[in-house]
Design a binder for this molecule. Structure first.
Ligand code: NDP
Length: 283
């Protein structure tokens, strides 16, 4: 059995560390970090995510301001709220829960958020800064993967990193972050030829596809580190990743489970970005 990379435990540790940092900030006379969480509509999955984020904030000592707006909210109304939050000195982070209702242009909304409060790291300013190696807010799921690799002392430098998936929220940013850590990067997608052959060369294999258990041992080199970003719901209601965990676990050096791997790290990194933002705004 390979080493299990435990995101649940690691995220707990990070939250404890952040809690201590927030306590220190308050003792030093700073304001508590404040995150505005904007939810439009009543998508049940989004409500669950927002509640997890609020709970995480409460644990760490981050003040969360909830803006729960009806499905009928117009784009203009949402943009007005974002302008107001951009202006407020006491708000350090703004998070708009995606997806937004169809009548609202998501790109326009993300562009409206002040990049210095964009704790999700989705604003093109932050995406561009990441790709040219400038300090910026890094998108949370990929940042969580890097944090896991570092905390488990799994070297990236010089390693052959293969990423399956090229989305703007996972595949592309994780590629940039691994490159910044001196990995050698290959990005695969649905048109990649000989996907198995390409994956089999990976020292670090990242699956961000959205296809249950697609990556089995035919894709994995003996001794590879396997990071599973996928979250898929099976017919029996259980969650599973893009990696066939049971098939791969004996040949990988280290592997993340689903649930309990990359997932919990996403919120931990969001909270970390909020604390960083609050410090920067007040220093
Ligand atoms: P997207 O659907 O945006 O992207 C999927 C990517 O996988 C695309 O680039 C697509 O290629 C590629 N792909 C699809 N099928 C194949 C295939 N058969 N062979 C090779 N490549 C393929 O997904 P996301 O990046 O948003 O999410 C990926 C997974 O990660 C999902 O399960 C999602 O739920 C999960 N996720 C988990 C998070 C967490 O916190 N743990 C956060 C975000 C996502 P192409 O571009 O050619 O279409």
């Amino acid at each position: 059995m390979s080493m299990l990379i435990n995101g649940k435990e690691t995220s707990k540790k990070i939250k404890e560390e952040l809690k201590n940092q927030v306590t220190d900030m308050i003792e030093a006379g700073m304001e508590a970090p404040t995150l505005a969480v904007v939810l439009v509509g009543d998508d049940p999955a989004s409500q669950v995510y927002v509640n997890h984020k609020k709970k995480g904030c409460a644990f760490v000592g981050i003040r969360s301001l909830a803006y729960e707006m009806p499905e009928t909210t117009s784009e203009e109304e949402l943009l007005e709220l974002i302008d107001e939050l951009n202006e407020r000195q006491d708000v350090h982070g703004i998070l708009v829960q995606l997806p937004l209702p169809r009548h609202i242009d998501e790109e326009k909304v993300l562009l409206a958020i002040d990049p210095l409060k964009d704790v999700d790291g989705f604003h093109p300013f932050n995406v561009g800064s990441l790709s040219i190696g400038r300090e910026c807010f890094k998108s949370c799921t990929p940042a969580g993967i890097i944090e896991l690799l570092k905390r488990y002392e799994l070297d990236i430098e010089g390693k052959n990193c293969v990423i399956v998936g090229r989305s703007n929220i996972v595949g592309k940013p994780i590629s940039m972050m691994l490159l910044a850590e001196n990995g050698t990067i290959t990005i695969c997608h649905s048109r990649t030829k000989d996907l198995k052959g390409v994956c089999k060369k990976a020292d670090i294999l990242i699956a961000a596809i959205g296809r249950a258990k697609m990556i089995n041992r035919d894709y994995v080199k003996e001794g590879a580190v396997v990071i599973d970003v996928g979250i898929n719901r099976l017919d029996n209601g259980k969650l599973c990743g893009d990696v066939d965990f049971d098939d791969v676990k004996d040949i990988a050096e280290a592997i993340t489970p689903v649930p309990g791997g990359v997932g919990p790290m996403t919120i931990a990194m969001l909270l970390k970005n909020c604390v960083i933002s609050a410090k920067k705004h007040q220093e």
